[in-house]
Design a protein around this ligand. Structure first.
Ligand code: UDP
Length: 374
């Protein structure tokens, strides 16, 4: 029987491995880390028992019915509604920018239509914003941009917002209501036992052979097809150059009681060196009161070096040619499918990652069924 290989035991890899294993194919899943879950891995902090998001906060949200149904096959999803507050110039505001943020920031009591007209008077219309700053000035105007986005974005991405794509800001809405939910998707939740338990349950499928703390390069076996979710440029030994990422540093600390009263507090001012503090027990509201102590991560972002963990693909305009060349190389490489955030060099939310992995595995299974060479 043909054997398949999945490189990476994160969300993409687990979903593909399960689909192939369930269809009766033998699959080797290899990951150089000693744990599963990729960057959404979770574990209970040994000192407190609090569920920790080891590589920073992950909140599951989707409007895709099939993806929502899929994850619920593998874990109980607890209700969770993500909210973010932001510290700017010594005050705390609600994000994303909504009617409360606008009224508090400008010291007014405007209605939705008044606020809309007011913000419109502050924006600079732009048909096709070419970068993050143009997008921000067209959407919210200079004052809100400078207070909430300019400093944070410089810290997060390490460069002027004028060099960054407008798409980064388009992730966030602007609301003229008091709705301060961070995500607008229909479904939102947190796996009750953490993401690692969810991924373990996906991987717990027939014919799946999981090998942790092992490099793909060392496998040395022939496979009918490889699903690769590692970094695209690394697969090709960086032969065309390196794609740029940001990496994150987390300074973990313990405190008594409740440190900040919420899961995520952003620090928007340029002179605060970190971008945000996350307090992990607030990601599990159903159990947070059981803990007298708390754990937090103070998060900073920097350029990703060769030995660092890649987090955010930067995708600068000047990188597009390099990316296109790598994609061409990937397309010309038979027997390998590139997938996931690192394999496709895109900043993917978890639901998109799962949806794409389901599609990729279905495509392969159809080809096998039709007798085509994958
Ligand atoms: N952003 C910002 N200030 C904030 C929150 C977000 O400037 O307080 C910008 C920043 O450039 C960030 C982008 O908006 O990368 C998208 O925000 P999102 O919350 O989606 O970022 P993530 O949580 O994925 O890092």
């Amino acid at each position: 029987m043909a054997r398949y290989c999945v490189v990476g035991a994160g969300l993409s890899g687990a979903v593909v491995a399960r689909a192939l294993g369930e269809a009766g194919h033998s699959v080797v899943v290899v990951d150089e880390r000693a744990r599963i879950g990729g960057n959404c891995a979770t574990a209970r902090d040994p000192a407190t028992g609090i569920m920790e998001h080891l590589y920073g906060p992950h909140i599951f949200h989707t409007s895709d019915e099939s993806v929502w149904a899929y994850v619920q096959r593998f874990c109980a999803m607890a209700p969770y509604a993500h909210r973010v507050q932001a510290v700017a110039r010594g005050r705390v505001y609600a994000l994303p920018v909504n009617l409360l943020t606008i009224n508090q920031f400008f010291g007014m009591t405007m209605s939705p239509s008044e606020a809309q007209a007011f913000i419109r008077s502050k924006t600079r219309p732009c048909e096709a914003p070419r970068n993050f700053e143009e997008q921000a000035l067209a959407m919210i105007g200079r004052e809100l941009y400078e207070a909430f986005f300019e400093g944070y974005t410089r810290k997060q991405w390490g460069m002027s917002p004028t060099r960054l794509p407008a798409s980064i800001l388009k992730r966030l809405p602007l609301r003229f209501t008091y709705d301060d939910s961070y995500f607008a998707h229909r479904y939102q939740g947190m796996p009750k036992d953490g993401y690692s338990a969810m991924v373990a349950s996906i991987l717990d499928a027939p014919n799946v052979d999981l090998r942790l703390a092992q490099g793909f390069e060392a496998l040395g076996e022939p496979f009918a097809h490889v699903f690769y979710s590692g970094p695209l440029d690394r697969y090709f030994d960086y032969r065309l150059g390196r794609l740029n990422y940001r990496t994150l540093d987390f300074e973990k600390f313990h405190a008594e009681g409740d440190y900040q009263g919420t899961a995520v507090l952003n620090y928007c001012d340029a002179d605060t060196p970190f971008t945000r503090i996350t307090e992990h027990k607030h990601f599990a509201p159903w159990e947070k009161d059981a803990f007298d102590r708390t754990i937090c991560y103070r998060e900073t972002s920097r350029a990703c070096g060769p030995d660092d963990i890649p987090y955010y693909p930067i995708r600068l305009a000047e990188e597009q040619k390099l990316l296109r060349d790598y994609i061409a190389l990937a397309r010309a490489t038979p027997g390998v499918s590139f997938m996931g955030r690192l394999g496709t060099y895109r900043y993917l939310d978890m639901d998109v990652t799962i949806g794409e992995a389901l599609t990729a595995s279905q495509r392969l299974l159809t080809m096998i069924a039709e007798g085509a060479t994958p």
